[in-house]
Design a protein around this ligand. Structure first.
Ligand SMILES: [Fe+2]
Length: 334
């Protein structure tokens, strides 16, 4: 029998709860009888989630717990605080750990674009460092994250997916851990300057006027302002933020840099940003699938990229082609 789950509750995975911690929000079980389905309080927000509670879940084979939607902020804070423990807990299957990483990142990015002043820029940096540690230590983790990132590309998880693709691409290029951490945080933060631009312009359906486009073009510099206001030290993050619209042939903005005037992180972020723009569902155009995006990038936008780097990107995404045949992509560069 199918039940409709109330939209006031969100499912969470039991493996995201660490024993001997306090979660900070009420946790519910779904109790089903033939007559009704209802949520039963299982662990209070201030109660310790202990072994006894955990064993009960295992014994009853309970796969899903629930939190109230209005308390999701507290739950995601809990996830971020316990993140290192969760990602290094090998008793949790890799795919489940990856889902936890992914949902925490998605929530973080939502906070970042709602209000970059409330500490979310700093949280993003910390989170990106942990995420890189996670994928570096465990090749299965990288694999499962990439699978999610390439196959699920709904708008609300989009920047997380793009950061995952960018970071793992950087890893494939042989970048060191420190650079990867900066790159990952940079990709999550690169468009934060858009929070200083009117949503009337950002979400305008149809073509922008010349004046409006000039305003949009300010977002890399506005992003640097946001980073500087935090007082936190950023390096690769600044490069990615300021250079992600610079084109290889010098036609980009804000400085019109070309070829090796653009930092490797800037070059990577340009490829990733276009891939992002094409695969995201935007107000003015429907999203296209990742592998069709590569084709558009090659045929219409090659001037934007370092050609060698772009070829590497195609090779990197190739094995994740859902069609498995890779015919079209092999034809892109063979
Ligand atoms: Fe941008």
């Amino acid at each position: 029998m199918e039940y409709e789950i109330s939209p006031d509750y969100l499912p969470i995975t039991p493996s995201s709860l660490r024993t001997n911690t306090t979660v900070g929000c009420d946790i519910f079980l779904l109790a089903k009888t033939t007559a009704e389905v209802r949520f039963v309080l299982y662990c209070r927000r201030d109660a310790v989630f202990d072994d006894e509670k955990k064993n009960m879940l295992t014994a009853q084979k309970i796969k899903s717990l629930f939190i109230k939607k209005e308390e999701q902020g507290a739950f995601f804070e809990y996830l971020e605080n316990n993140f290192q423990h969760i990602i290094s807990d090998t008793s949790i299957p890799t795919d489940e750990r990856t889902k936890i990483v992914h949902s925490a990142a998605t929530n973080l990015v939502k906070d970042l674009f709602n209000d970059p002043k409330s500490g979310s820029v700093e949280r993003t940096k910390t989170f990106a460092h942990n995420m890189v540690d996670y994928v570096i230590k465990d090749s299965k983790a990288a694999e499962s994250l990439l699978k999610i990132a390439v196959h699920e590309y709904y708008t609300y998880t989009h920047s997380v997916n793009v950061a995952a693709v960018g970071t793992l691409f950087g890893q494939g290029l042989g970048m060191g851990v420190k650079d990867l951490k900066g790159l990952c945080a940079g990709i999550l933060l690169h468009d934060v300057g858009k929070t200083r631009i009117s949503t009337n312009i950002l979400n305008k359906p149809g073509k922008l006027t010349k004046e409006e486009f000039e305003i949009i073009k300010k977002h890399p510099e506005l992003g640097i302002e946001v980073l500087e206001e935090t007082g936190v030290e950023f390096k690769e993050e600044r490069i990615v933020t300021i250079q992600h619209h610079e084109n290889d042939d010098g036609s980009g903005y804000p400085y019109g840099l070309k070829k090796d005037e653009i930092h490797p992180c800037g070059k990577i972020s340009r490829v990733i940003d276009v891939y992002d723009a094409l695969t995201a569902k935007r107000s003015y155009a429907d999203a296209i699938r990742p592998f069709a995006a590569l084709k558009v990038m090659k045929e219409e936008m090659l001037n934007c990229f370092d050609t060698e780097l772009f070829k590497e990107f195609i090779r990197f995404l190739g094995p994740y082609d859902p069609r498995k045949k890779q015919r079209d992509d092999d034809k892109l560069y063979s």
